[in-house]
Design a protein around this ligand. Structure first.
Ligand SMILES: *Cc1c(COP(=O)(O)O)cnc(C)c1O
Length: 392
C-alpha cells in the first residue's frame, strides 16, 4: 500500500504541473472600514472580497458584536435544538423572514451547510435535482449527497431544463440555481425557471448569496429584480457572509417548509449554532442593508464606470450587472500573470482558475463594493489599461 505521504506528494505534484496550486495570503489587518488590507508589509487595495456593502468592518456592526458578546459570551454552546438557540438568533430569523417577505426563516452556520441541509431534506433516492452547470459547488455537492439523481443543464438555458423535466420521474423534481452566478456575475433566468417549475410541478430553489443586499431597488436581491414572489420561488437561500458582512446563512419560505427543515435538516440539527453575538451583529447589518439605498446606488455607479472603461480597453468582460465583474484571460498562466502584475501595483484581484471555472476560462474575478471610492475604481482601471497595452 502507498504511504499517506507518498499519496499526498503524488497528488500535489499533479496539481503543480497543471499550474493549479493555490496559495493563501496572510492579511495582517484591514485599514478601518476601507477595502484596504495590509499584506506583506504593504497596503493592498482589494477588489476580490464579497463584502459588497463594506459591512464586514463597519463600526456599527462590530459594536453590536462586542456588546452582545458581553451578554452572551463567545459561543452558543450547543445546537439550536438543544440550548444554542438564543433570543438574538430567534429575532434574526424573524427579521430575515420579514426582509425576504416570507413566513419564516431558519439559520444555518454556513451557506455550504444550508444547501446541503435543504436539498438533503427535500430530495432522496426517488427524486431528481436539476442544476445549472455553473451552480456553486455547495449546490452540486448537496445533490450528490442527497442520493437523488443529479441532472445538470447547460448554463442559463431554461429550455434545456424544460426538456429534461419532460421525462417522467418517480419522485418529485427540484430545480436549484444560483441567483447571481458566483464566478460569472450574471443572473439566472429565474422568471423562466419559475414558469417552467409551475408548469411541470417542480419546486424551485434560488441560492441568492450574491444578490441579497445588492440587487433590486430595495436590496431584496435577484427575486425583487425579477419581480417574483414567494409563490413562484418557494425556497430562498441566502448567505450572511457576503453583503451582510458577517457569516452564516438562512433559508426562507413557508411555515411548513421551515418547520420540516427544523425537524429534519441534518446540517441544521447536528451542528453548533452560530455565536449569539454574531446573530446580534447580523441584526444590525440587516437593518443597515435594508436602508442602504445610497450604498447600492454608489455600487451601481462603480459597476457602470468599470464596465464602460474596461470595455473601451478591449478586455473581455462577461454580461454581468452585479458587483462580480470577471475579466476572462483563458489560460491559467495569463490570468495568474495579470493578477501578479496588479499585485505589484498594490491591487489585490485574485485569479480564478480551473477546476473552479471551466477549462480555458481562467479569469480575474473583480468585485466592486460600495466602500470603494471612485478614485479606487479609477486606479484599477488605470492598471488594467497598462496591462491591456503591455505586449502579451
Ligand atoms: C458563498 C456561497 C455559498 C456558501 O456560503 P458560505 O456561507 O460561504 O458557506 C453558497 N452559494 C453561493 C452561490 C455562494 O456564493
Amino acid at each position: 500500500m502507498r504511504s499517506l505521504e507518498d499519496f499526498a506528494r503524488g497528488t500535489l505534484s499533479g496539481i503543480r504541473t497543471q499550474g493549479r496550486m493555490r496559495q493563501r495570503r496572510i492579511v495582517e489587518r484591514w485599514l478601518g472600514s476601507e477595502p484596504i488590507a495590509l499584506v506583506d508589509g504593504a497596503q493592498r487595495l482589494v477588489f476580490c472580497s464579497n463584502d459588497y456593502l463594506g459591512l464586514a468592518r463597519d463600526a456599527r456592526v462590530s459594536q453590536a458584536f462586542a456588546a452582545a458578546a458581553r451578554t452572551h459570551g463567545a459561543g452558543s454552546g450547543a445546537s439550536h435544538l438543544i440550548t444554542g438557540h438564543s433570543r438574538e438568533h430567534h429575532a434574526l430569523e424573524e427579521e430575515l423572514a420579514a426582509f425576504t417577505g416570507r413566513a419564516r426563516a431558519l439559520l444555518y452556520s454556513t451557506g455550504y451547510m444550508a444547501n446541503l441541509g435543504v436539498i438533503g431534506a427535500l430530495a432522496g433516492r426517488e427524486d431528481r435535482v436539476f442544476e445549472d452547470r455553473l451552480n456553486h459547488a455547495s449546490l452540486i455537492d448537496a445533490a450528490l449527497l442527497s442520493r437523488a439523481e443529479l441532472v445538470r443543464y447547460p448554463h442559463a438555458q431554461p429550455a434545456a431544463v424544460d426538456a429534461k423535466l419532460a421525462a417522467v420521474g418517480r419522485g418529485h423534481a427540484l430545480i436549484a440555481t444560483d441567483g447571481v452566478f458566483s464566478m460569472d456575475g450574471d443572473l439566472a433566468p429565474v422568471a423562466e425557471l419559475a414558469a417552467i417549475a409551475q408548469r411541470r410541478e417542480a419546486w424551485l430553489m434560488v441560492d441568492d448569496a450574491h444578490g441579497l443586499g445588492v440587487l433590486g431597488d430595495r436590496g431584496r436581491g435577484t427575486l425583487e429584480r425579477a419581480d417574483l414572489d414567494a409563490a413562484s420561488v418557494p425556497i430562498l437561500m441566502g448567505t450572511l457572509g457576503k453583503a451582510f458582512g458577517t457569516c452564516g446563512a438562512f433559508v426562507a419560505g413557508g411555515s411548513d417548509l421551515i418547520e420540516l427543515l427544523l425537524q429534519t435538516s441534518r446540517t441544521q440539527i447536528y451542528t453548533t449554532a452560530l455565536p449569539p453575538a454574531l446573530a446580534a451583529a447580523t441584526r444590525t447589518a440587516l437593518a443597515i442593508v435594508a436602508g442602504a439605498d445610497e450604498e447600492r446606488a454608489r455600487l451601481r455607479a462603480h459597476i457602470e464606470l468599470f464596465r464602460r472603461e474596461v470595455t473601451r480597453l478591449g478586455l473581455a468582460l462577461l454580461p454581468s450587472e452585479s458587483p462580480i465583474q470577471p475579466i476572462v484571460f483563458g489560460s491559467s498562466e495569463r490570468a495568474t500573470a495579470a493578477s501578479d502584475a496588479l499585485w505589484k501595483r498594490g491591487l489585490w484581484v485574485s485569479a480564478i482558475r480551473p477546476p473552479t471555472v471551466p477549462d480555458g476560462t481562467a479569469r480575474l474575478r473583480v468585485t466592486l463594493a460600495a466602500n470603494h471610492s471612485t478614485q479606487h475604481v479609477l486606479r484599477l482601471i488605470e492598471a488594467l489599461a497598462d496591462l491591456a497595452r503591455a505586449p502579451q
